[in-house]
Design a protein around this ligand. Structure first.
Ligand code: BG6
Length: 511
């Protein structure tokens, strides 16, 4: 569909019965950055696509004391500045008519009475009884909000025809213990099926395509194991620094900000067994099995398999950038990690013997998220005697962002009388093959929560298991008390990250 047309009432693959119910979306943290940059634009784009029921209302709430009109102005600037679709007065007006705001303290029961009133005031028919609550607040108030909602009688039983669901933003806990405690607290008032733990990486088109690519084609899956795959690399590189988010990032670092969630999700999708169905339970059961197959590191294994670093001043894309410790609101002696590389072994039938190298960092030379599947080389080189160079490994690259696509490198004879082999690439690019803009991750995930499909959300056991792996690393770092290594902004991390692969006779694929 082109950007300017306004058709396609149903997302491809959705059946009549999967049409969105009329509902109210209550956003806690409505004056925050996530709501401004992601949630409101996502809801607007879903409206544009006709994917929301016409009786979908939005209630914003936060401590900021805004009137409905002030919230509506906020929505306008959010759409104007951050929507992937251009501003359209018609879509916008309908959208705005159905938006209201309530300001107050999350601990105050009166706030919930006001929210309930606002929901009722926006209802134009008796149909809008289902409510999706979005917790876009600091995590420390998740439990409080859930409890207050329950005390106010705003959470329906799972048996009710109208539903109550809650989307919980990351970070979900700070370690395994706190994640478990948060699960327990939420389960006091919500059924697990009502809890949608969001990881926006799962909403990215290219991430969803990992399973389609693997399991929707006949030729790749037979090769998808340690017999043919030498190793796998997963890189999530960012060129930006911590920006204005140090308040959140300090003491959290890349380990908890990226590895625990986004990267473990990518790893699970690459490694999991084919599920029997594409259903939330079947898919998540298989992802959980992957996490169960990774043993938490011992202290000595952390020393050998994990690299931790922080950026110092340097130059990114020609622009001089300060070191992490000189960033706004960062302690001058901060030991927060902004880069890490890790080698995991997935100890199961399919993957034993194929290491997975993961790395992520801020202030790297460019923004790039890629999964590289590096295949084993042919057993012998029959062309060597003819003077040809050793064959290189075939690399299958799943490019999550930017320039979303998939490419396969392979050796090919260079034209000419001599036998020379060059590495060439076969490329698929989403933009040229489909010529349409993919929806934003938050669009897909908000719609799925409204449709009651939790396949692309993390289940309770998934987050707890992932935290177990993270805790083992964090514990060793704490015990040793050593500062992180340094790397200049604009480089690919510390030299030790290269050694991690070189000691295994491998190297990071060039991005
Ligand atoms: C967020 C992290 O979850 O993901 C940020 O908190 C990070 O630190 C961001 O920058 C990366 O997301 P994306 O979609 O830009 O790759």
């Amino acid at each position: 569909m082109s950007d300017s047309t306004h058709a396609n009432p149903l997302r491809e693959g959705l059946t009549e019965s999967a049409e969105a119910d009329p509902c109210t979306i209550v956003i806690f943290g409505a004056s925050g950055d996530l709501t401004l940059r992601k949630l409101l634009p996502a809801l607007y784009n879903l409206s544009w696509d006709g994917l929301l029921h016409p009786e979908t209302n939005i209630v914003g709430t936060s401590r900021t004391e805004w009137s409905d009109e002030e919230f509506q102005d906020h929505i306008r600037s959010s759409i104007e500045e951050h929507s992937r679709r251009k501003f359209d007065e018609n879509v916008f007006d309908q959208f705005l008519d159905r938006a209201g705001y309530v300001g107050g303290d999350f601990a105050d029961p009166e706030l919930y009475a006001q929210i309930r009133k606002k929901i009722e005031a926006l209802q134009t028919s008796g149909k809008t009884r289902s409510v999706l609550f979005y917790f876009a607040t600091p995590p420390k108030v998740y439990e409080l909000i859930a409890t207050k909602l329950s005390e106010a009688g705003m959470i329906r039983s799972i048996e009710d025809r109208a539903w109550s669901r809650v989307i919980v933003e990351k970070p979900f806990g700070r370690d395994q213990k706190t994640a478990q405690a948060l699960n327990d607290a939420l389960h006091q008032v919500l059924h697990e099926d009502q809890i949608y733990r969001i990881d926006h990486y799962l909403g990215k088109e290219t991430v969803q395509n990992i399973l389609v690519f693997r399991l929707g084609n006949g030729i790749f899956e037979p090769l998808w194991n340690s017999r043919y795959i030498d190793h796998v690399q997963i890189t999530v590189a960012e060129s930006l620094g911590v920006g204005s988010r140090a308040g959140f990032y300090e003491g959290v670092g890349v380990l908890r900000d990226m590895l625990q969630n986004h990267m473990m999700q990518l790893l699970s999708l690459v490694c999991m067994e084919p599920p029997n169905h594409f259903s939330p339970k079947a898919v998540r059961d298989e992802k959980v099995k992957v996490l169960e197959a990774i043993r938490p590191f011992t202290g000595e294994e952390v020393d050998r398999h994990v690299i931790r670093a922080q950026y110092e001043a340097g130059t990114v894309a020609g622009s001089p950038e300060p070191g992490y410790r000189a960033e706004e609101n960062v302690a001058p002696d901060s030991e927060t990690d902004t880069y890490m590389a890790v080698k995991f072994n997935v100890e199961n039938w399919r993957w034993s013997g194929t290491p997975f190298y993961l790395r992520s960092g801020k202030r790297l030379p460019k923004r790039a998220t890629e999964i590289s599947i590096v295949f084993k080389r042919p057993p012998i080189s029959i062309f060597r005697e003819e003077g040809a160079s050793e064959p290189q490994s075939n690399v299958l690259t799943l490019r999550v962002q930017p320039e979303e696509g998939i490419s396969l490198s392979f050796g090919s004879k260079q034209p000419g009388q001599r036998l020379r082999i060059d590495d060439v690439r076969m490329d698929f690019l989403y933009s040229t093959s489909f010529g349409q803009q993919a929806p934003e991750a938050y669009e897909r995930l908000l719609l799925d929560a409204i449709l009651g499909d939790s396949t692309l959300f993390a289940r309770e056991d998934e987050v707890v298991l992932a935290w177990g792996l993270i805790d083992a690393i964090a514990k060793r770092w704490e015990e040793k008390g050593e500062p992180p290594l340094q790397y200049p902004a604009g480089t690919w991390g510390p030299g030790a990250a290269n050694d991690l692969l070189e000691q295994d006779g491998r190297f990071w694929v060039r991005l």
